[in-house]
Design a binder for this molecule. Structure first.
Ligand code: ATP
Length: 517
């Protein structure tokens, strides 16, 4: 299926099956804001639990925090967000559309990369097993020409962004003859900086309200609390603080569904280490975090690392974990070695000492920080887009049929099992209820008696329910039910007393955690 089609279908599917709704839909929606429906909220909670368990439950030296969204406005001065949390924007004078100037250039670079990929594919098809990719990349004249273009434009872009050179940024767009993707026009305004923080007022105007910000990241709430946690929890370095919470950014171009929203959730863990050991810890967390993603069992080739060539002023190492969304490889998680920048800044701006005292060595120092920061909504989108399949099925009478199935990792699936009485009478619904009443303490169950059993199976496949349990007349005699597996569609007759064990084997969060630890 073309990736564009997949993306459109996925968006429609999430709405039809209660995963995601556009915010304020009856008022024509609110741009780049979404609501999570009845299944969406379950999946989201399960992803949060998987992350929290992998961080807090699995590590003796990591604890949680839930800091407020509103914070003292000076925090955002100290962190650099007031002065520099900007994106370079550019408008097209004909289409009146607004873009991030760096995105336009990056999309242009991606076109050269796509040409290289296409040439590689052609070579592979032509020469089969005899094809030597490395040699091809190193010698093919087309590839070399395109690679040279990529290197040249990337170097100019990196330099322009690092030096905040907005004039040069516009010049790159002109030199590359980049046109508005919608109208094709090359009639651009100058590039301007735009601060992404939302502002609001705290207190009544009469009392002299003060301007505060909606936090654009959860990390600062951790930094300003690190000594509270360290002292009250008697934490020794190295230790980590984990937090899940909302963040807000007034994104210039908020496209691509829940990939880039104005209100979103982050799962961040800041790990406080002894200066000089940060790069070792950085490697450690990089490896552990990709393991976390891969433990979900989506296709492994959909993940890759991306090294930052342009480091933020506070970082001495940075990698992204990228996922191949239907619109290409994009950032899912950032892993940054943030040095002591944030704590030092807060020490200076607050006037309070933020040093850690190490009783063993008798030294005091400001710890270095390694950060892992993953978007909850982007993880959600990675799970759904990696789990969405349209399958052709052969029916017994030879006709073909299709089903849409969400192969969501069973431990994360919103509903773990659906209990379906074959018909609505003869005591079958009562037996089904009895089973749910037994299992509901351990699993999120759903009862469904409407429509044919085949249609009910399709509905559960579309939601991603790992198991369907069917109650028939024999059940009343032999206490056995038919259990159907979502992925293989294999049906088996099992004793009701074995159900809890069978389902638990498949859906327990332990299954995911044990792949990592
Ligand atoms: P991008 O380059 O895509 O704007 P970023 O590098 O600014 O992202 P970070 O500041 O590193 O992102 O934030 C950490 C994580 O938060 C990202 O990896 C992403 O998963 C998530 N995130 C950031 N901005 C958004 C957004 N507008 N909508 C949804 N998730 C987001």
């Amino acid at each position: 299926m073309a990736q564009d089609d997949l993306f459109k279908k996925l968006i429609a599917h999430t709405k039809e099956y209660g995963y995601i709704f556009p915010s304020s839909e009856i008022y024509d929606g609110l741009s780049a804001v979404y609501d999570y429906g009845q299944y969406g909220v379950e999946l989201k909670n399960n992803i949060k639990q998987f992350w929290w368990d992998a961080m807090v439950k699995m590590h003796e030296n990591i604890v949680g925090l839930d800091s407020a969204i509103f914070m003292h406005p000076d925090i955002w001065k100290a962190s650099g967000h007031v002065g520099a949390f900007n994106d370079p924007l550019i408008d097209n004078k004909d289409s009146k559309k607004r873009y991030r100037a760096d995105d336009l250039v990056e999309e242009h670079i991606a076109k050269y990369q796509a040409k290289i990929d296409k040439d590689v594919e052609k070579g592979q098809n032509k020469f089969g097993d005899a094809f030597n990719k490395e040699q091809f990349l190193a010698t093919n004249p087309n590839v070399l020409r395109n690679q040279e273009k990529i290197n040249e434009i990337t170097a100019r872009l990196t330099k322009a962004l690092t030096s905040d050179d907005l004039v040069e940024l516009k010049q790159i767009i002109i030199d590359c003859e980049i046109a508005d993707p919608i109208s094709g026009s090359k009639n651009w305004t100058d590039v301007r900086q735009f601060n992404l923080m939302f502002e609001t007022l705290l207190g009544s105007t009469a009392d002299g309200a003060s301007k505060i910000y909606l936090r654009p990241e959860t990390a600062q709430g951790i930094f300003v609390n690190y000594l509270n946690v360290q002292k009250s929890g008697r934490m020794k370095i190295p230790f980590g603080i984990a937090q899940i919470g909302k963040a807000f950014r007034n994104e210039i171009v908020a496209r691509q569904f829940i990939f880039r929203m104005r209100e979103f959730e982050q799962m961040e863990m800041q790990f406080f280490v002894k200066p000089g050991t940060e790069l070792e810890w950085f490697e450690h967390w990089k490896n552990l975090r990709i393991k976390w993603h891969k433990a979900m069992g989506l296709p492994e080739e959909k993940y890759r690392f991306h090294k930052h060539d342009k480091l933020a002023h506070y970082a001495n190492a940075a990698f992204d974990i990228e996922f191949e969304f239907p619109f290409g490889f994009k950032e899912l998680e950032g892993i940054h070695s943030r040095t002591d920048f944030d704590l030092k800044q807060h020490q200076e701006f607050s006037g309070k000492k933020l040093q850690f005292f190490d009783p063993e060595s008798g030294e005091s120092f400001i710890p270095y920080v390694v950060e892992t920061s993953v978007g909850l909504d982007r993880t959600f989108l990675s799970v759904l887009s990696g789990a969405y399949y349209e399958e052709e099925l052969k029916k017994e009478n030879g006709e073909s049929d299709t089903r849409v199935v969400l192969r969501i990792p069973p431990a994360l699936a919103p509903i773990k099992l659906a209990v379906l009485p074959l018909i609505k009478k003869d005591g079958l619904p009562e037996k089904a209820r009895e089973i749910i009443d037994e299992l509901k303490f351990d699993f999120t169950c759903q009862y469904d008696e409407k429509d044919s059993i085949g249609r009910r199976y399709r509905r559960q496949d579309a939601i991603g329910t790992p198991y369907c349990i069917t109650i028939d007349h024999d059940t009343l005699k032999d206490n056995m039910v038919t259990i159907r597996d979502r992925d293989t569609m294999v049906q088996e007759r099992v004793l009701i007393t074995n159900l809890a064990h069978i389902v638990d084997e498949k859906v327990n969060m332990k299954n995911l955690l044990k792949k990592i630890f």
